[in-house]
Ligand binder design. Structure first.
Ligand code: PLP
Length: 414
C-alpha cells in the first residue's frame, strides 16, 4: 500500500485511473461539487472509532463511560454521530454546550469544563441540566453555590504533576498548569464541596495534555489521584495522540486503555465509575481537508500554494504539527515541495518538504488526519470564508456545515 494511504480513513483506496477514494467518494468529485477548501469527514470511520472507545473501555471496566471532548471538532453533526454511538461529551463553555444540546446529547452525559467559567457558562449549563460541572478553581465553587437552585454534581480537577512529552502549549498536568488544583488546594476544594448543600461531590478529574504518544504518563496521573481518597467517579481525561505521519506510532485505543485501566485497577476503587474523554484520537483520522492548487512557483524551493492554509489548519503554525499530503489523483511518490497556504505569513505552511507527484495548477490536494482541532480553530484570516464540513458515507456526500459566503463576512456588522 502507498504509505500516505495509511493516514487516510480506513478503507481509503486508489481507484482505477488513480483517483483517491474515501468512503466510496472520489475526492476530486467532492472538490468539484462542494468547492475547496473543504473538511471531509468519513462518517463511518468516525462512528467506528467512537464505538471502539465505547467497547474497549466497556470491556475493561464495568461502570465506564466514554465521552467525546467536543473541542476537537465542535460541530453539531459530529456530536450527534458520536452521541448516537453511545458516547457522552464534554464542553468547555456555553458555546460548545450549544452544539451538544442541538445535537441531542443527553444532558446527564455532558461534562462542563473550563478554567475560567463565567456566570453565563454555568447558568446555561445548569439550565440545560448538565450532569457534571468540573471544578477548576474556588471561584467555580462560589459561583455554583450562588447559581444552583437544586443539586449539581461536580468533579474536582486535580493537577497530577505529570509532564508528558508533548508540545508545551498542550501540556496541562504539570505543576505550573493553569488548569486544575494542586493536591493541597484540591483537598480544600473537596472539603468545601462536601460542606455544600447544593453541590454533590462525585469525584475527581485529571487531564494531562494532548497528542501524547507514550502511555506511561497516563498511569502516573491515575496514581496521583489515589492520594486524595476514594470517590465514586474518576474522569481520566483525554490526550491519546493521533497518527499524522508515517513516522508516528501512537498506541492503539486498546493499548492505551490497557495502561489507563490497569492503573485504575491498581489505584482506584473497583466500584468507581470510570470516564475517558478522548478528542484528537477519536476524530483525527476521520477527517481529510481538500484544497486546490492555485500556483506552483519553482526556484531554490518549489512552492505549491493552495486556496487555504492557516485559516483552516492552525495546528502547523501553533504546535509545529507535521501533516502529510497527496495530489488526489496521483497518490504517492513525487518530488519534495513546500505545500503552502494563501495567507500573509511565511509561517503559513501546510507541509514543508512533502512529496507531491507532478503538482500542477488546478490539482486537488488532500491532507489526511485533519479531523481534530482544524475545524475548531478555523478563522477569518485574510477574509477567509470558513470551509464547509462534508460527511461522506457509502458513496454519498452531504454538507453538514455550509461554507461561509461573502455576505456572512458582513453579517455581524452593525
Ligand atoms: C479537559 C479536557 N479533556 C479532554 C481533552 C481532549 O484531549 P485530546 O483531544 O488530546 O484527546 C482536552 C483537550 O485538551 C481537555 O482539555
Amino acid at each position: 500500500m502507498t504509505p500516505v494511504l495509511e493516514l487516510f480513513p480506513p478503507g481509503a483506496a486508489v481507484a482505477e485511473g488513480g483517483d483517491l477514494v474515501v468512503a466510496g467518494c472520489r475526492l476530486r468529485d467532492l472538490a468539484a461539487e462542494f468547492g475547496t477548501p473543504a473538511y471531509v469527514v468519513d462518517e463511518g470511520a468516525l462512528r467506528e472509532r467512537a464505538r471502539e472507545y465505547r467497547d474497549e473501555l466497556g470491556a475493561r471496566w464495568p461502570d465506564a463511560l466514554a465521552i467525546f471532548a467536543s473541542k476537537a471538532f465542535p460541530c453539531t453533526a459530529v456530536l450527534r454521530a458520536v452521541a448516537e454511538e453511545g458516547l457522552g461529551c464534554d464542553v468547555a463553555g456555553a458555546g460548545e454546550l450549544v452544539h451538544a444540546v442541538a445535537a441531542g446529547v443527553d444532558p446527564g452525559c455532558i461534562y462542563l469544563h473550563g478554567n475560567a467559567k463565567t456566570d453565563e457558562d454555568l447558568q446555561r449549563a445548569i439550565d440545560a441540566g448538565v450532569g457534571t460541572v468540573v471544578i477548576d478553581n474556588f471561584d467555580d465553587i462560589d459561583r455554583l453555590e450562588r447559581l444552583v437552585r437544586g443539586e449539581q454534581g461536580v468533579l474536582v480537577r486535580v493537577i497530577p504533576r505529570v509532564r508528558p512529552d508533548t508540545h508545551a502549549a498542550v501540556a496541562t498536568g504539570q505543576d505550573d498548569s493553569k488548569f486544575g488544583l494542586a493536591a493541597r488546594d484540591a483537598r480544600r476544594a473537596i472539603e468545601r464541596v462536601r460542606g455544600s448543600d447544593r453541590l454533590r461531590l462525585d469525584g475527581l478529574h485529571v487531564h494531562i495534555g494532548s497528542q501524547i504518544l507514550d502511555t506511561a504518563p497516563f498511569a502516573r496521573a491515575v496514581q496521583a489521584l489515589a492520594a486524595l481518597g476514594e470517590f465514586a467517579v474518576y474522569d481520566l481525561g483525554g490526550g491519546l495522540g493521533a497518527r499524522y505521519t508515517w513516522a508516528d506510532h501512537p498506541p492503539t485505543v486498546g493499548e492505551y486503555l490497557d495502561v489507563l485501566v490497569g492503573a485504575a485497577r491498581e489505584h482506584l476503587p473497583a466500584s468507581a465509575r470510570l470516564i475517558v474523554e478522548p478528542g484528537r484520537s477519536l476524530v483525527a483520522r476521520a477527517g481529510v481537508t481538500l484544497y486546490r492548487v492555485i500556483t506552483v512557483k519553482r526556484g531554490p524551493r518549489t512552492f505549491v500554494a493552495v486556496d487555504g492554509g492557516m485559516a483552516d489548519n492552525l495546528e502547523v503554525s501553533l504546535y509545529g504539527q507535521r501533516f502529510e499530503a497527496t495530489v488526489a489523483d496521483r497518490v504517492g511518490g513525487g518530488e519534495p515541495v513546500d505545500l503552502v497556504g494563501r495567507h500573509c505569513e511565511s509561517g503559513d505552511v501546510l507541509s514543508a518538504g512533502v512529496a507531491l507527484r507532478e503538482p500542477r495548477v488546478g490539482d486537488v490536494i488532500a491532507v489526511p488526519a485533519t479531523g481534530a482541532y482544524c475545524f475548531t480553530m478555523r478563522n477569518g484570516y485574510n477574509g477567509a470564508r470558513r470551509p464547509p464540513v462534508v460527511f461522506v458515507r457509502d458513496g454519498d456526500a452531504r454538507v453538514v456545515v455550509r461554507r461561509e459566503g461573502y455576505a456572512d463576512l458582513l453579517r455581524l456588522d452593525t
